[in-house]
Design a protein around this ligand. Structure first.
Ligand code: 9MR
Length: 392
């Protein structure tokens, strides 16, 4: 119990990362004074033009792909222009808060025996009304857990808690969900275990089998939904990302060989150009390895952190759009990739403004539309990647 209470909340963890990032921001802005570095990331001649007047979802659909975004009831219900842009551009929707145990202003699990579906139902209705495919995000995560959970969970009651949560939530939306992120972010090589599993309340109370169990319970409660394992830190050519790719692959292999009902891997793709080296070959190989297990792949939370990029908006937007197109043109070569989701649609609403703000206080610009709901080069970059993709 005490160990669980000592777990660092995500917010602090990210602020922790934030301060580390602030230190490396100094290093990076130094390197941006170095023209060579800047040239490597920016090409003022780069072409981001697109042909035809089609939305992102139409361009994706032409290739048998899905494009979607994440948001919350709070933003959608108070912002008709934002809602309209989502409906115009997206064919898939992910609730950023409402299907979690608790997040933002949403509280699905107010108590050990309590469920409050008001906000989650609103999201399910919104998706149905606008014919958006709906993702369930997420059932089992070490973050966004209510205080009562942390005070209650132990090895005697954890299985029952997991079972009750999954059966109740998944059954309620059964038939309405395209895919569930059944387990989110369960790998953390730096926690030091041989299997790379993150040390979480679930692992500590149930052992390694909590992952298999979660997938089996979800499959029983909604046999039609696709079941995904979702994680971040898989994108770059760094020892950290390499270790994560290896551990995720090992986990997926184990789940498949146990006969666990898993259908895909969600790659979050929170990118940070200028900070990490992108190696298309390594990413391609990883995607092939995942696909060879018979799994689908979705890019589930794409955005580009600009915390360490130059302030100049034209230059910054070009670098960000370049990072999107470079990444997507590699992942869309793999036919197992079925969808691309950005973690928000407009810079008006991005977790990065709060979690990874710029030290110069300039607004972050991680998404396809700016804060005034005007299309940015990122929109073009995504459109181009869809236009150039092979048909599925
Ligand atoms: O964007 C989400 C933010 O609004 C929430 O406060 C936070 C905690 O629930 O989660 C953010 O989304 C995360 C996602 O659920 C899992 N991958 C990382 C995302 C960004 O932190």
């Amino acid at each position: 119990m005490s160990k669980i209470l000592k777990l660092t909340p995500r917010r602090n963890f990210l602020f922790g990362l934030g301060s580390l990032a602030a230190i490396s921001a100094v290093a990076i802005s130094r390197s941006f004074n170095n023209n060579q570095e800047k040239k490597a990331l920016d090409n003022p001649e780069r072409d981001f033009t697109v042909s035809q007047k089609l939305s992102l979802k139409q361009r994706a659909a032409q290739k048998g792909l899905i494009y979607g975004t994440a948001s919350t009831k709070s933003y959608l219900a108070s912002d008709p222009a934002y809602m309209a842009a989502i409906v115009e551009n997206c064919s898939m929707f992910v609730p950023e808060w409402e299907f979690k145990w608790t997040a933002g202003d949403a509280m699905l699990r107010p108590g050990v025996d309590q469920f409050d579906f008001t906000a989650a139902d609103w999201i399910a209705n919104f998706a149905a009304t606008h014919k958006l495919l709906l993702r369930g995000h997420t059932l089992v995560w070490h973050e966004s857990l209510p205080q009562w959970f942390k005070e209650t969970v132990n090895s005697e009651n954890a299985q029952q808690l997991l079972q009750k949560h999954i059966q109740t939530v998944v059954k309620r939306y059964a038939g309405k969900i395209h895919s569930w992120d059944v387990v989110n972010e369960a790998i953390e090589p730096k926690d030091g275990r041989d299997d790379g599993l993150r040390i979480t309340p679930w692992l500590e109370s149930l052992g390694t089998n909590y992952i298999d169990l979660a997938f089996r319970l979800t499959a029983e409660a909604d046999p039609k939904a696709l079941l995904f394992y979702n994680d971040y830190g898989l994108d770059y050519d760094t020892p950290k990302h390499e270790a994560k790719r290896t551990a995720v692959l090992k986990l997926l292999e184990r789940l498949k060989s146990n006969g666990t009902p898993i259908h895909g891997l969600g790659i979050q793709a929170h990118l940070s150009p200028g900070k990490n080296k992108f190696n298309p070959e390594k990413l391609r190989q990883f995607l092939q390895d995942v696909a060879s297990l018979g799994l689908k792949i979705m890019i589930t939370e794409m955005d580009v952190a600009d915390q360490e990029l130059p302030r100049d908006i034209e230059l910054r937007d070009r670098i960000i759009a370049g990072a999107y197109e470079d990444y997507l043109s590699v992942v869309l070569e793999e036919s197992a990739v079925i969808a691309v989701i950005t973690w928000g649609l407009s810079d008006r609403y991005s977790w990065l403004s709060e979690f990874q703000p710029r030290s110069d206080k300039a607004a972050v610009r991680p998404l396809p539309f700016d804060a005034q709901m005007r299309r940015k080069l990122v929109w073009n970059a995504i459109a181009r990647a869809f236009d150039n993709a092979q048909r599925r």
